[in-house]
Design a protein around this ligand. Structure first.
Ligand code: 5AD
Ligand code: SF4
Length: 448
């Protein structure tokens, strides 16, 4: 089996779970589609480019399937993920060599669908929604290294007017708290030191507390504090948050809970109130700036990250200047920025005053130059500091390991392989374009 993953970390998580589900059925992991009897494309629908990639990959796989058939070897092709959910019918029409189309909530049914595909000729389309059933029926997780993703929430009810997620992933659903705790414990027993809690709107997660715990409703802050009690779990992260769901409990936890890493991805998308309104974000620039001020008051060294869209319909050059001004005011440690992509079925696609592509290109280049300068400055400011680094994997050079700082920066340093999986204090001595260079500190020098 070969799984190709596109898009966000939730897809990475789902791919891992699909592999885990198919393993007991005898599907091993193949190094390439050429070597596989089953190819799964776990797709992303967020921007046009992401969706287009799927059809070009399907074109390549069609050839491969035909070649293989000539030699008597069979290869099944499955399309999973958000393109499957959004364009299931179109895939079956455009790509008859696809055997299965499976939406993100139907992965637990993969074994049964594979069996059906083997029995019946013709494509199988499975795109019903049922989040808890999916998680309940997925097999136990196998940890792979000292860090792991854990999906706790899926879907989105926010309906930003540019975004397909509410249509592809369905409404906001919080995963069962006991299942989350059990999965976290199982990962830690397997040596995981850092867990990143995932959700399209991760901070919309809520639940009654587990049996015996105080409180009426728990939000993400309470969940993080509870998970932090697991011995052996050293770091907790979460992504992606929405400004509207950033409650006091979570802000307080960010300031107080040492295992919660000082890094927050909190997309704002744009800096003009007119554009924010047209995007249906449900907040103004001032509200976002005030929110960041409260977060920084609680957690002064927090590193901020965001998502930005340039060229949303109706965005004038003054509106765009407001985005630049907001970025200047906040100061981001990292960020993702995109040209607005018109997605069929979303309200934005039908809006008048679409911005010409050349204008979008120019705005994106200006925004990215600013964000890149901020990122570089943030990285450079770490030089001379001693940071705790979770050593995740071997580096490219002999004797080198790569890890992450609390601020999610990659750190390269020389260390023995026996230190993999540990958190070591490292003095930051240099920056490269995409990483920090560190040196292990001698014993006794505290991380600061
Ligand atoms: N065009 C461009 N960017 C988009 N995003 C979501 N939808 C679109 C779109 N139609 C971006 C947003 C979001 C991130 C995951 O992708 O910035 O936060
Ligand atoms: Fe999309 Fe907005 Fe929901 Fe984020 S909050 S997933 S951008 S609709």
């Amino acid at each position: 089996m070969f799984i190709r993953t596109y898009g966000c970390q939730m897809n990475a998580y789902d791919s891992e779970r699909m592999a885990g589900l198919l393993k007991p059925l005898g599907y091993g992991v193949a190094a390439s589609p050429e070597a596989a009897d089953l190819v799964i494309l776990n797709t992303c629908h967020i921007r046009e480019k992401a969706a287009e990639k799927v059809y070009s990959e399907l074109g390549r796989l069609k050839k491969l399937k035909t070649e293989k058939a000539r030699t008597g070897a069979a290869m099944s092709i499955a399309v999973a993920g958000c393109v499957a959910q959004a364009e299931g019918g179109e895939i079956t029409a455009r790509a008859p060599h696809v055997d299965m189309v499976i939406g993100p909530q139907a992965y637990h049914r993969l074994p049964e669908l594979l069996a059906r595909a083997a029995r019946e000729k013709g494509e199988i389309l499975e795109t019903a929604f049922a989040v808890d059933e999916k998680f309940d029926r997925l097999a136990d997780r196998q940890a792979d290294g000292p860090t792991a993703f854990l999906t706790i929430q899926e879907g989105c009810d926010k309906f930003c007017t540019f975004c397909v997620v509410p249509y592809t992933r369905g409404e906001e659903v919080s995963r069962n708290i006991d299942a989350i705790i059990a999965e976290a414990r199982s990962l830690v027993v397997q040596g995981v030191k850092e867990i990143t809690l995932l959700g399209q709107n991760v901070n919309a997660w809520e639940s009654a507390p587990p049996a015996g715990e105080a409180g009426e409703r728990w939000g993400l802050g309470e969940l993080c504090r509870h998970l932090a009690k697991i011995d052996g779990l050293e770091r907790i992260r979460f992504t992606t948050s929405h400004p509207r769901d950033m409650d006091d409990g979570l802000i307080a936890a960010l300031g107080e809970e040492e295992k919660l890493m000082p890094y927050l991805h909190l997309p704002v998308q744009a800096g003009s109130d007119k554009v924010l309104k047209a995007m249906n974000r449900g907040h103004t620039a001032e509200h976002y700036i005030g929110l960041i001020a409260r977060i920084r008051a609680a957690s002064p060294d927090i590193a901020l990250s965001g998502d930005f869209i340039v060229g949303f319909p109706g965005e004038t050059s003054e509106d765009f200047e407001a985005t630049l001004a907001l970025v200047e005011e906040i100061g981001y440690a990292s960020a993702y920025s995109f040209k607005y992509s018109r997605r069929p079925g979303t309200p934005g696609a039908a809006m008048p005053k679409q911005v010409p592509e050349a204008e979008k290109d120019e705005r994106l280049a200006r925004l990215q130059a600013l964000l890149e300068a901020q990122r570089a400055a943030f990285n450079k400011a770490q030089i001379g500091r001693v940071l705790p680094v979770l050593l995740e994997k071997p580096g490219r050079h002999q004797g080198q390991l790569v890890g992450r700082s609390p601020y999610l920066q990659s750190v390269h340093l020389d260390a023995p392989e026996s230190m993999l999986g540990s958190i070591a204090p490292a003095r930051i001595v240099d920056v490269t374009p995409n990483a920090l260079a560190g040196e292990l500190t001698t014993k006794g020098e505290a991380a600061a």
